[in-house]
Design a protein around this ligand. Structure first.
Ligand SMILES: NC(=O)c1ccc[n+]([C@@H]2O[C@H](COP(=O)([O-])OP(=O)(O)OC[C@H]3O[C@@H](n4cnc5c(N)ncnc54)[C@H](OP(=O)(O)O)[C@@H]3O)[C@@H](O)[C@H]2O)c1
Length: 322
């Protein structure tokens, strides 16, 4: 059931665990339980970022990586480092404006990887990702800096998030000219209610060049689980505010299509939404997070679900244009 991320040699199960919730909406005990259940379930790709969860009051960034680091060092967990594919990111601001703790310069990448390795309590990052494009730094500088980290054994492969197709192609062109490793993976925003940006330009490029894709917001922050159907439901989680924009007729028709397919398969809308992404050629693994083990068990069930061509077609038609 494993798939290779681009040509990186990294092989992953078809669902990635999102780490933004660790130390934020999931406390340490729940985070450890979710991580354990994920690995015990046969899955391996864990995605985090240096900046998680800097947006939360009182946080400064690094909280999620630190939770994962403590989990790796918890009694009985030593063998888990080799069972997981650990992905993190650099590039979003980790300090106030003017602090220089941002972007993709060689100087900041080298500092940031050091900081991430310390928090993660490990000697290597399997997939190191540019969190955002940085047009102020020459692409050659960034790609050469990543190549140094790969040569030093601190990083195994690199990826890019939130890049346009043109800039991803340019970055990999720069890598080819320099004779250094390219971005083997893209992390775009993509799900049944956010299709256009990825499908128009990024998806064809990634398929043509065999770049892996691990898309984020696999559940549209929880909307695709079906638990938000009215304004009153938005109070169900601190994440509700980000879901409000989907309480509109077109996304609600997508939810109705998910309900119908879920009924046919005796599954849940969340499982069908993730299975639809997994079935899409070019998607390596959607990323979704869970704040508890029961949620995660439901999500992992998506990997066992097989959608028929007719069901894929129904979901595609309901979400066409989004
Ligand atoms: N590259 C980027 O710029 C970028 C941006 C955003 C995210 N990401 C990555 O993508 C990952 C996923 O994003 P996300 O966590 O924000 O959104 P998401 O995966 O779309 O939504 C996950 C949230 O939905 C709820 N949920 C999950 N399973 C559920 C279930 N079975 N039943 C009911 N509710 C359930 C949980 O929140 P509640 O329990 O609070 O309802 C959970 O935290 C992140 O962890 C991160 O790794 C990357």
């Amino acid at each position: 059931m494993q798939r290779e991320i681009g040509r990186s040699g990294l092989r992953v199960a078809p669902l990635a665990l999102g780490g933004n919730v660790f130390g934020w909406t999931a406390d340490e005990a729940s985070s450890f339980a979710v991580l354990d259940a994920f690995v015990d379930g046969g899955f391996n790709l864990i995605d985090t970022a240096d900046v998680y969860s800097r947006w939360a009051p009182g946080h400064s960034g690094g909280e999620s990586e630190a939770v994962i680091g403590r989990w790796l060092k918890a009694p009985g967990n030593a063998h888990k480092r080799d069972r997981i594919v650990l992905a993190t990111k650099v590039g979003k601001p980790m300090g106030d404006e003017g602090s220089g703790k941002t972007g993709l310069s060689r100087r900041w990448i080298r500092q940031a990887v050091h900081d991430s390795l310390q928090r993660l309590q490990t000697d290597r990052i399997d997939l190191y990702q540019s969190h955002d494009d940085d047009t102020a730094t020459p692409l050659e500088e960034t790609m050469a800096a990543f190549a140094e980290l790969i040569a030093e054994g601190k990083v195994r492969a690199i990826g890019a998030s939130n890049f346009t197709a043109a800039r991803l192609a340019e970055a990999n062109g720069a890598a080819a000219r320099l004779g250094v490793p390219r971005y083997e993976c893209l992390q775009p925003h993509y799900n049944l209610v956010e299709r256009k940006v990825f499908e128009d330009e990024l998806e064809p490029l990634c398929r043509e060049q065999n770049i892996g894709v691990i898309n984020f917001f696999g559940l549209a922050r929880g909307f695709l689980t079906g638990k938000y159907r009215s304004e009153a439901d938005l109070a169900k989680s601190i994440r509700g505010g980000g879901v409000k924009k989907y309480l509109e007729p077109h996304p609600m028709r997508v939810l109705a299509a998910l309900d119908a397919v879920a009924d046919e398969l005796k599954a849940t809308p969340a499982q069908v939404a993730l299975a639809w992404q997994m079935a899409r050629p070019g998607i390596t693994a959607p990323i979704a997070s869970a704040t508890g083990v029961a949620q995660l068990q439901e999500l992992m069930g998506a990997a066992r679900l097989v959608l028929s061509p007719a069901q894929i077609g129904e979901l595609g038609a309901a979400s066409q244009g989004l």
